[in-house]
Design a protein around this ligand. Structure first.
Ligand SMILES: C[S@@+](CC[C@H](N)C(=O)[O-])C[C@H]1O[C@@H](n2cnc3c(N)ncnc32)[C@H](O)[C@@H]1O
Length: 257
């Protein structure tokens, strides 16, 4: 018969505690597991900028967000779901500190490498996400999140937004851009086909495949749900920028308690 020693039991307890601390409660949505496009892939992270630069201008996007946020140079900002640093890298010139946060180590590594190359010393890197990032510094002036929230199902979006509100100073601002559907549901098939076709035209075959994966496996939501989530999480929507029936940005202010 195998003898169980007290130190073995102690070891098992310690192991279980370590596991729990590493992954959080078993009921929490596992935001580290990729849904849809796999941003944990080193290959995809390496190709991301070359692909996105064919249809995006990171510098111009950042300038527009910086204008909208209208913050002082002493401001601190979180870029949640920073990816390869599309916002972080250019925003660092405007603010005292940018906290770049992402669940993908591969994407975060690209941001770190670009920051090092650009000689930036005011970017802090954090591996985590909407549901797990613990902001240990002082509350920030603004949070920016671009094309990341759709990785969470709606209930967990609400939890994520509520957690973001807790990281902001009173009156702090949130800029959110994402795939948000605002078309008439009676025409969903035609509209989704149009969305996929347009992505193919703008971004080529990989863009088409990405948009199909997006609709099938990721969690883009409806405009009226997104507005409700933001309000219930503690934000007042100041400006809604509907780009078209698929993409919307929201500039919000944290409501005072
Ligand atoms: C389409 S990319 C957008 C990246 C960047 N914001 C940009 O504008 O290029 C989506 C990013 O969200 C990240 N992401 C996915 N789920 C997340 C979560 N729960 N919390 C934080 N980031 C997440 C992915 O790892 C990926 O880097």
């Amino acid at each position: 018969m195998v003898k169980v020693r007290e130190m073995d039991v102690e070891f098992c307890h310690h192991y279980a505690r370590t596991l729990e601390a590493a992954s959080g409660p078993a009921w929490r949505y596992d935001e580290a597991k990729p849904c849809g496009v796999n941003y944990n892939s080193i290959l995809l992270a390496g190709l991301y900028d070359a692909h996105h630069r064919t249809f995006r201008d990171y510098r111009r996007e950042t300038a527009e967000i910086v204008d909208m946020l209208d913050l002082k140079p002493s401001a601190t900002v979180i870029d949640m779901g920073c990816g390869t640093g599309a916002f972080t890298i250019h925003a660092a010139a405007h603010y005292r500190t940018v906290h770049a946060v992402d669940v993908s180590r591969a994407m975060l590594r690209r941001t770190r490498r670009k920051a090092r190359k650009a000689g930036l010393d005011n970017v802090q890197f954090h591996h985590g996400g909407f549901l797990t990032y613990e902001h240990e510094s002082a509350p920030v002036d603004a949070i920016v999140t671009v094309a990341a929230l759709h990785h969470l199902p709606d209930f967990w979006k609400l939890v994520g937004l509520y957690r973001l509100a807790s990281m902001l100073k009173p009156g702090g601002r949130l800029y959110l851009f994402d795939v948000v559907f605002s078309f008439d549901i009676a025409h969903y098939e035609a509209r989704i086909k149009h969305f996929v076709r347009a992505a193919g035209t703008e971004m080529g075959p990989s863009g088409q495949a990405e948009s199909e994966t997006h609709c099938r496996d990721e969690y883009s939501t409806c405009d009226w749900i997104m507005a409700g989530l933001l309000e219930r999480a503690g934000f007042e929507i100041t400006t809604t920028g509907r780009q078209n029936e698929f993409f919307t940005s929201y500039l919000c202010t944290k409501r005072s308690a």
